[in-house]
Design a protein around this ligand. Structure first.
Ligand code: KIV
Length: 271
């Protein structure tokens, strides 16, 4: 529970006050119990149970195939682990677009079954009615603009969005509309830093970037990417904090070798 005085430290109100004080917000994805515990211990402000689970956990090329049941499973695993951060769950593709009643019932399912704190949806004016209806049930909503991976088949590319003024202006208007509707924060993905700055300065709610430059109110990365588990994925915005793939590989090689050679288990490792 993230209600102030009753449980975890991070609330949507706290995020707002962080923005007002100029305190940067650190957000990271997590999809399972063990990693979420470590992320929590590291002092993260927001955990996103991202639909990027479709890519990094399940190996799909896009985020489209992940189901609401799968998202709830990941969110439940994360919720068992966390004490402090706010936990936001991505609403998967097809669960909120085009039908606001369906959007509300899916958001309610996520909140009831996972006990997470908020949901995230991609898009601006196209999904505004759904956002408003979800908010009307008291469910906090985080927006997501710029590169919106659930629309990859419409855009056809994962390249930087809103480089042209018309698209930049639409993005700003969408951000303002999401704020006006009552969203508590917005993620901006892969847009020019100058636009990230413009949006962050125009909004009272926190703007959290992934490839949106340094002038926004916080940053989010996909855990597997920042740990260096995916070496094929290296966009400019990604800072790798580890080369965990090589560490894993070294350990797995050693294990195979030790089993094959009979070195493992030794006298002390048996009963
Ligand atoms: O699903 C996800 O991980 C996301 C982040 C890229 C913001 O939406």
């Amino acid at each position: 529970m993230s209600v102030e005085g009753k449980g975890r430290v991070l609330t949507t109100r706290k995020l707002l006050s962080m923005k007002m004080k100029g305190e940067k917000i650190a957000m990271l994805t997590a999809y399972d119990y063990t990693s979420a515990r470590i992320v929590d211990e590291a002092g993260i402000d927001i955990i996103l149970v991202g639909d990027s689970a479709a890519n990094v956990m399940a190996g799909h090329e896009t985020t489209l195939p992940i189901t609401i049941d799968q998202m709830i499973y990941h969110a439940q695993s994360v919720m068992r682990a966390v004490k402090n951060p706010l936990v936001v769950v991505d609403m998967p593709f097809g669960t909120y677009q085009g039908n606001s009643k369906m959007a509300l019932s899916n958001a309610v399912r996520i909140m009831k079954e996972s006990e997470a704190d908020a949901v995230k949806v991609e898009g601006g004016s196209e999904v505004l009615e759904s956002v408003q209806r979800i908010l009307s049930a008291g469910i906090p909503v985080m927006g997501h603009l710029g590169l919106t991976p659930q629309s990859i088949h419409k855009f056809g590319t994962y390249s930087v969005r809103a480089k042209e003024e018309a698209e930049a202006e639409k993005l700003l208007q969408d951000a303002l509309a999401l704020e006006e509707a009552g969203c508590f924060a917005i993620v901006l993905e892969k847009i020019p830093a100058a636009l990230g700055k413009r949006v962050a300065e125009s909004l009272k709610i926190p703007v959290i970037g992934i490839g949106a430059g340094r002038y926004v109110d916080g940053q989010v990365l996909v855990m597997h990417d920042m740990l260096g588990l995916n070496t094929e994925f290296s966009p400019r915005f990604l800072r790798r904090y580890h080369n965990l793939r090589d560490e894993y590989l070294k350990a797995f090689h050693q294990y195979v070798e030790d089993v094959k050679s009979g070195d493992f288990p030794n006298e002390q490792e048996q009963y």
